[in-house]
Design a protein around this ligand. Structure first.
Ligand SMILES: *[C@@H]1O[C@H](CO)[C@@H](O)[C@H](O)[C@H]1NC(C)=O
Ligand SMILES: [Ca+2]
Ligand SMILES: [Ca+2]
Length: 218
């Protein structure tokens, strides 16, 4: 029944998963992330790597009793989360455990507390807790903040992205991942992306607005 736990909790924890302060603090410990592939699609269009924009569901459970503390999948209006892989937008254990994933792939990722919520714990996660995430990746989008990705999305080459352009791109990505979606699904994602990126609110994402993450390769 934990799966159906109140999703106000989820909302709380989802903000927490975005925190950048939750880094591994005990470098000297041999903390290891364990990954188990639950499903792997036959065709792999693209394997995830550091700096990629990922769209995924990740549900979090405590290892000790299997209770769920985060439910991106079962939240009522929950759509898959967007984040950049490998740059601390999610807990360290997910940054490590979600490398080399294909669109459509599912994994179970077991993360020791050092690479999750640490000695303090956080919200419903107690101190020193090993956590287990069940993740399903939908989109692996290369170098989200690279000029190349921007140019691919910018269909009319005016150096600005409209919602229609971004949506077209995501649609293709979802279809590659074997998960075509309906209109309302994209509307929510578009609202999310534009809320985070269209800083001047003109309905377009300019090159300047887009380039908010600085990556090594840029
Ligand atoms: C968590 O682990 C640390 C390091 O092993 C230990 O010092 C601390 O007492 C533990 N906290 C709890 C609440 O068990
Ligand atoms: Ca454009
Ligand atoms: Ca803008």
């Amino acid at each position: 029944m934990w799966r159906f736990l109140s999703c106000s909790l989820c909302l709380f924890v989802s903000s927490l998963l975005g925190l950048q302060t939750l880094r591994a603090s005990a470098e000297q410990l041999p903390a290891e992330v364990k990954t188990e592939v639950l499903f792997k699609p036959e065709e792999c269009s693209q394997r995830s790597k550091r700096g990629d924009l990922i769209n995924a569901h990740y549900d979090g459970y405590l290892e000790k009793d299997g209770s769920q503390f985060y439910c991106s999948r079962s939240a009522k209006d929950g759509h898959p989360q967007w984040f950049v892989l490998g740059v601390g937008q999610v807990i360290k254990g997910l940054d490590i455990g979600m490398m080399d994933m294909c669109p459509g792939e599912k994994r179970k990722i077991t993360v020791p507390s050092e690479l999750a919520f640490g000695e303090q714990g956080k919200g419903p996660v107690p101190p020193n807790a090993t956590v287990v995430f069940e993740v399903e990746v939908f989109v692996v989008s290369r170098g989200p903040r690279s000029l190349e990705a921007f140019q691919n999305m910018d269909l009319n080459k005016d150096k600005s992205l409209t919602k229609a352009e971004v949506q077209e791109y995501l649609k293709l990505e979802y279809e590659k991942g074997g998960k075509p979606r309906d209109g309302p699904f994209y509307e929510k994602i578009m609202a999310d992306i534009f809320r985070k990126n269209d800083h001047d609110g003109d309905g377009q994402i300019s090159v300047k607005e887009y380039d908010i993450y600085k990556h090594d390769e840029l």
